[in-house]
Design a protein around this ligand. Structure first.
Ligand code: TK8
Length: 322
């Protein structure tokens, strides 16, 4: 009996010792490429977390849709199959309706004001709506101002008639582009290049950096600088996992998130200009006049009404859109 007890204690002790030494693994996934700015800021996040925790926290990053597209990354993080991810805000709106606020076209034009909103109380309030679905927002990184690409010049909504345009999987995105006269089709980001190449769709809209890193310039002839929406990306973590960590480890993760966001926004501006210069060698870049841009915005009335209805929280809408 004594011998059995000794063996059991030994096994437990070994398990105990090995468990204490086992690092906590933080798996990150996202749908962009490795040369996209948000991937590089996740690399900085990894470096800071592993350094400051002396290896007690380990980070592994899976870019390029390895864990699926935006919807899959959100669901996998919610379920704890992965611990962290990032997506644009539009896919999140299907999980938390308050995020429809950020599908409001032709409103935000100034990055300084945008970051004041996102980094201040409005952004914190918006992220709080993710906690009931087991996600904790860690902050907002840059995707950029979204521009329209097509295989023809588009100077007015009339030019969009009959155009099959890919939109993110979000009903307000559908309404925006149908209000402008296009024929919108929701397609996951990972399938977009093929859809453009095979002419399943004629057009799409994304910031310059994604047009470059995902080579949309190879299968589109024109880029119209519509700047119709500023697209942030939310970096998020599984809430239960985060709250289960020691306070010191939670502080390390939030510090790494903050530092990676600052790094991201600075690098994203540099990369946006580089992307635009490369795209200009392949596509005709059309800078719309304010009058031309207003002709698009003037059709957005139904969208603004629908956003207020879908968000169903006037206090929150006024926080962002007052
Ligand atoms: C990347 C997407 C992308 C978004 C889109 O995973 O789907 O067009 O702009 O950033 O989230």
């Amino acid at each position: 009996m004594k011998k059995m007890l000794t063996i059991a204690v030994l096994v437990l002790a070994m398990a105990g010792v090995s468990r204490a030494a086992d690092p906590v693994l933080i798996t990150v996934a996202h749908g962009a490429t490795e040369d996209f700015t948000a991937h590089k800021s996740w690399l900085l996040f990894e470096e800071i977390v592993e350094r400051d925790s002396n290896g007690a926290l380990q980070v592994e990053i899976y870019p390029n849709q390895q864990m699926g597209g935006d919807r899959e990354v959100i669901e996998a993080t919610q379920l704890g199959n992965i611990q962290c991810g990032h997506t644009s805000l539009s896919p999140l709106a299907s999980f938390a309706k308050e995020f429809y606020i950020w599908d409001t076209p032709f409103t935000f034009t100034d990055r300084k004001k945008i970051f004041e909103l996102l980094d201040g109380a409005p952004g914190q309030k918006l992220m709080s709506y993710l906690e009931p679905i087991n996600l904790k927002g860690m902050g907002f990184v840059e995707n950029g101002f979204r521009n329209l690409t097509a295989n023809k010049k588009v100077l007015s909504p009339d030019d969009l008639r009959g155009i099959k345009l890919r939109v993110m999987e979000n009903k307000l995105q559908m309404l925006t582009w149908s209000s402008l006269g296009a024929n919108p089709t929701p397609i996951a980001f990972g399938e977009l290049f093929t859809a453009l190449q095979q002419k399943t769709v004629d057009a799409q809209e994304n910031p310059f950096e994604l047009i470059y890193t995902n080579k949309f310039y190879e299968v589109q002839s024109h880029v119209m600088i519509t700047n119709h929406i500023y697209s942030p990306m939310l970096i998020f973590i599984n809430l239960e996992f985060f709250e289960g960590l020691a306070p010191g480890q939670r502080a390390i993760i939030m510090k790494a998130a903050r530092e990676s966001i600052v790094f991201n926004r600075k690098l994203a501006l540099e990369n946006e200009q580089k992307a635009r210069d490369i795209i200009a060698r392949h596509c005709t870049i059309v800078d719309l006049t304010p009058e031309q841009r207003n002709a698009f915005r003037d059709k957005m009335g139904p969208v603004y009404e629908e956003i207020r209805k879908q968000v169903n929280n006037d206090e929150l809408v006024d926080l962002f859109l007052k």
